[in-house]
Design a protein around this ligand. Structure first.
Ligand code: F6P
Length: 502
């Protein structure tokens, strides 16, 4: 296996994200334990924070964490990537329940999530939730500033007065946190490099301008030194918004935005997955006990309206209408992971899916076969890897998606006879995973046809497509992404920003 190179960061790193890399749970006796998160971002970034003695700031998952209550150390048997994070390296941001409701369920997921996914009809614009969003962002900013002051104090005490700490803030929950950080840094003369990565799409000006306080969002993002998006389209949308809304001077060729005498660098940095970890999971995953003659079409998503689940299930229904020969030969397994269950739109989608699956199963099922197997719940990583490995088709058809990691995880786990990836062009991944079969998820007939084509695809074509897909994801994995981000910020010693595919 190729060992990913760990970046040699030349300064302490402060990572800020809505959630900490693990959430806290309170046991009945009042004590706290860490519950690990399995995401790729955590797998890649946590070891760097550990190595550079950095800090991770985020919401703990609890409302009742006392101000002086300390974070528990990891269980000595814990093998998660975060287990080496000492409690002193983790700073929880305390948010009270009402603020959190307005910030997270209200503004983040009721406003920005649909808006940034270009679904403005689902977005609610509300001055109160926006106010809470700004307040919570300020709380994150104040925690970050406290951490930064301490880091600088330690560096100065060691005589490292030239070392500039790096602050890396993540995602749409924290769009305006840098406004406060930049202002205080200037007032107090604190040195730092401020970087931001957006994990979701950035919409066009036509959509962005619908948000009544769009100028504050853009100014918030321009408070950074460096801003990363998944793909060039999102970068250009952002640059366009700055130009049209704020009158910023912009250079689209070099991806620069200037405002009030400061220049912000923008760059497309498509995120990857921990490729080798998924290969290993697939190698060690339990054997498939299913009927070998039954082909599985697999869908795995958070239950979210951006993922195109309703369209996808209807496309599968269309396949069975057009090709009844697939009855009892093919089954569609959809795993929908519960997400943001307090938000109305997500509750409505749950009901719609339950009904749709019931109707289609009622229509086509036979005594010993059902067309759709539907799981509303989480499944273990090992089990997921086995499903990725053994499914004939992965159906990844979001209506809009920043990147989409399921497409990448599927190809990583394809270590046996290869299947086929069907992908939406409206996912960031759709622009790079050229050997997938691309289909517009809104076009049900086309989607049914592409399913038919995938089910009939000869082995040599599947092999060729899959080996190229796997090669790319192996090279452009999450470590490569993280190195590129830090290197673009000028934070690496062993600087190798070359493109491994060129
Ligand atoms: O990238 C989108 C994102 O919101 C991440 O910030 C988050 O980790 C993930 O999706 C899951 O969402 P949530 O934290 O709302 O459960």
């Amino acid at each position: 296996t190729i060992m990913p190179t760990r970046p040699d960061i030349n300064a302490p790193l402060i990572v800020v994200s809505n959630r900490l890399p693990f959430v806290l749970q309170r046991l009945k006796d009042g004590s706290l334990i860490r519950k690990n998160s399995a995401g790729g971002l955590v797998t890649a970034v946590a070891p760097v924070v550990i190595d550079c003695k950095g800090i991770w700031i985020g919401w703990s998952g609890l409302y009742d964490l006392g101000p002086d209550e300390s974070i528990p150390e990891a269980d000595p048997l814990d093998k998660a990537p975060t287990s080496g994070l000492k409690s002193s390296q983790v700073i929880p941001v305390n948010i009270d329940k009402e603020d959190f409701e307005d910030y997270y369920n209200g503004c983040c997921n009721g406003t920005f999530w649909p808006l940034f996914h270009s679904m403005p009809d689902r977005a609610v614009f509300n001055a109160d939730t926006w106010k809470s969003y700004c307040k919570v962002n300020e709380e994150f900013a104040n925690c970050t500033l406290d951490a930064l002051r301490n880091v600088i104090k330690d560096l100065d005490a060691e005589g490292k007065t030239n070392v500039v700490p790096v602050v890396w803030i993540h995602d749409y929950q924290l769009l305006v946190a840098a406004t406060t950080i930049r202002q205080k840094c200037e007032e107090e003369n604190l040195r730092c490099k401020l970087g931001f990565f957006l994990h979701i799409p950035f919409p066009s000006w036509d959509i962005m301008r619908l948000f009544p306080w769009d100028d504050q969002i853009l100014q918030g993002i321009l408070a950074y030194d460096f801003v990363g998006f998944h793909i060039e389209d999102y970068c250009l949308n952002f640059i366009d918004c700055c130009c049209r809304r704020l009158g910023s001077r912009v250079d689209r060729n070099n991806m620069l935005v200037e405002l009030a005498g400061r220049t912000v660098h923008v760059k497309a940095l498509p995120i990857g997955i921990p490729f080798e970890r998924f290969v290993q999971l697939a190698q060690n995953a339990p054997e498939n006990l299913n009927d070998k003659n039954l082909k599985v079409i697999l869908g795995v998503d958070r239950l979210d309206y951006t993922k195109g689940l309703v369209h996808r299930i209807k496309a599968f229904e269309r396949l069975l209408e057009k090709h009844p020969e697939y009855c009892e030969k093919v089954t569609f397994l959809q795993i929908s992971v519960p997400s943001r269950t307090d938000v109305l739109e997500y509750k409505a989608l749950k009901d719609e899916m339950d009904q749709l699956v019931g109707r289609i199963n009622g229509r086509f099922s036979k005594p010993h076969w059902s067309p759709i197997r539907y799981i509303f719940g989480c499944i273990a990583q090992e089990e997921l890897a086995a499903l990725y490995r053994d499914s004939a088709i992965a159906l990844v058809t979001p209506l809009r998606d920043g990147m989409n990691l399921v497409a990448k995880e599927y190809v990583a786990c394809q270590i046996r006879e290869p299947g086929v990836l069907i992908l939406s062009p409206f996912a960031g991944a759709g622009g790079m995973m050229h050997e997938a079969l691309l289909v517009n998820p809104y076009e049900l007939d086309a989607a049914a046809n592409v399913l038919h084509r995938a089910l009939c695809m000869p082995l040599d074509e599947r092999e060729l497509r899959m080996s190229q897909l796997r090669h790319r994801e192996q090279q452009l994995d999450v470590n490569h992404w993280m190195n590129s981000f830090l290197s673009s910020m000028g934070a690496l010693d062993n600087d190798d920003d070359s493109d491994p595919l060129s």
